[in-house]
Design a protein around this ligand. Structure first.
Ligand code: FES
Length: 110
């Protein structure tokens, strides 16, 4: 797996997110109140809203457009809504964050 450094955990506000531009598109990187980090495509499964601008609560994010709640662990919409955003492998190495872009290319080629 090919890990790419995208920054430091301190670049992301607690209960916030940041958008990272990659050759495979925009990736949203989230940081929870418990200092866990997750990455997904920055595209809501409903109508493509920017999840990186949503509200992070627990291990989920609420989309800023129509309030779908998306699990950061599975990428799946919670509650009555149905849909799924792609999750991206993310490694936290003493605060330095890496995402697996090779995996992205593999997934995109499928
Ligand atoms: S685009 Fe995210 S809830 Fe509609």
């Amino acid at each position: 797996m090919d890990w790419h450094l995208i920054g430091d955990i301190s670049d992301i506000p607690l209960r916030g997110a940041r958008c990272v531009k990659t050759p495979q598109g925009r990736i949203a990187v989230f940081r929870t109140a418990e200092d866990e980090v997750f990455a997904t495509d920055d595209r809501c499964p409903h109508k493509g809203g920017p999840l990186s601008q949503g509200i992070v609560h627990g291990k989920a994010v609420t989309c800023p457009l129509h309030n779908w709640v998306i699990s950061l662990e599975t990428g799946k919409a919670l509650g009555a809504d149905e849909g799924e955003v792609r999750t991206i492998p993310l490694r936290n190495d003493n605060g330095r964050l890496f995402i697996a872009l090779e995996t992205l290319m593999t997934v995109a080629a499928e």
